[in-house]
Design a protein around this ligand. Structure first.
Ligand code: NAD
Ligand code: DAU
Length: 338
């Protein structure tokens, strides 16, 4: 199988590239990434040495470039991770979120139609369901929960989901969608809660907790998300949405305190809350478990220790991000062309 992975220089896309290369010796992986501030070719350093891997620097909203790549590569499946993904950035500048997350999805869907791609998979998020109250632990997001978004980011992701389902209904495009809870693990960009707290504690900077730290997220180790997507792409039913999560709910304060206790350092400070801050996310993964037999394998206690260890042993990776030097990697690898 030849799989085109967009956003493969980012956190989850990068982990997915390694997941595929590790699990399927016969498969080829084509990665398309614009290398925005969140894309880091250093993440793909090992993959770039593998003859089964090809990298294109391209914007998913650039129809000509995307059609050109489809024309040349003729992928069997497309997995779309490429997105603007940080809620706080969507609050200060929504435009690029709408462009990449919605129009970019449209360009990819059109290319799949044009080249007869056998499967388009949209990597979506539990944030499309809005949030749940803190005092109702009995409630969970199912695939039937209405879309009810809070931030420009989640609104753009929900819009993309609707477009994907519209292409299925109108044109019969063979699509699937996964809606996953919060991921953590290696290569997570240090603007997001867990890597921000680890790198800040290591750098002697304060750990900024929004509001009171009582908001709840449902954490999933990134490899478990990769295995879910892989199953959906190969065995999932077209036109279907699958929720992905492992019943691992934690308050933000619990997560930060766990990191402080593993590292033995870190000073928590309470800062102004995020505008429109979602209270609680919690996924009901019954459908993917019953239909596809998916189960997460990494418990939070193990995953968070492994993640902290990864940041301790990969200081160069995140120090290059903090210093900005990771942006020069593409030039070093490719000069100005591809
Ligand atoms: P990320 O921000 O780490 O990576 C995004 C990648 O997309 C980067 O490599 C970036 O360069 C690339 N990109 C951005 N705009 C592009 C464009 N116009 N053209 C081509 N490439 C572009 O994001 P992530 O956390 O790895 O999330 C990946 C996907 O998974 C997103 O679609 C996100 O909505 C979804 N998701 C994330 C989580 C999470 O916890 N991080 C959970 C559920 C779903
Ligand atoms: O649920 C899936 C979503 O998870 C994905 O769709 C998003 O792409 C991904 O970024 C993530 O969104 P969150 O907003 O939940 O993640 P973030 O790491 O930004 O924040 C997690 C929680 O921690 C949230 O309640 C806000 C809080 N927070 C975050 C930061 C960056 C803090 O308290 N302090 C911080 O400095």
């Amino acid at each position: 199988m030849k799989i085109l992975v967009t956003g493969g220089a980012g956190f989850i896309g990068g982990n997915f590239v390694y997941y595929l290369l590790g699990k399927y010796p016969e498969d080829k992986v084509v990665c398309v990434d614009k290398l925005t501030y969140a894309g880091n070719l250093e993440t793909l350093e090992e993959a770039l040495k593998d003859p089964r891997f090809t990298f294109y620097k391209a914007d998913i909203t650039d129809r000509r470039a995307i059609d050109g790549i489809f024309d040349k590569e003729r992928p069997d499946a497309v997995v779309n991770f490429a997105a603007e993904s940080h809620v706080d950035r969507s609050i200060s500048n929504p435009s690029v979120f709408l462009k990449t997350n919605i129009l970019g999805t449209q360009v990819l869907l059109d290319a799949c139609r044009k080249y007869g791609t056998a499967r388009y998979h949209q990597v979506s998020t539990d944030e499309v369901y809005g949030d749940l109250p803190l005092d109702r632990p009995d409630l969970f997001f199912t695939e039937q929960t209405p879309l009810h978004t809070s931030s420009p980011y989640s609104a753009s992701k929900a819009s993309a989901d609707l477009l994907v389902l519209a292409y299925f209904r109108t044109y019969g495009t063979p699509v699937t969608i996964s809606r996953c809870s919060n991921n953590y693990g290696p290569y997570h960009f240090p603007e997001k809660l867990i890597p921000l707290m680890i790198t800040s504690a290591l750098g002697g900077r304060p750990l900024p907790v929004y509001g009171t730290g009582a908001n709840v997220r449902d954490w999933l180790y990134v490899e478990d998300h990769c295995s879910a997507i892989d199953l959906i792409v190969r065995k999932g039913r077209v036109g279907e949405v699958y929720n992905v999560g492992g019943h691992n709910e934690k308050t933000n304060l619990e997560v930060v305190q766990t990191i402080v206790s593993i590292l033995g350092k870190g000073e928590i400070v309470y800062v102004k809350d995020r505008a429109g801050h979602d209270l609680r996310y919690a996924i009901d993964p019954t459908k993917i478990r019953n239909e596809l037999g998916w189960e997460p394998v990494t418990r939070f206690d193990d995953g968070i220790r492994r993640t902290v260890d990864w940041y301790l042993t990969h200081k160069e990776w995140w120090e290059h991000i903090l210093s900005g030097s990771y942006m020069k990697y593409y030039k070093k690898m490719y000069g100005s062309g591809r």
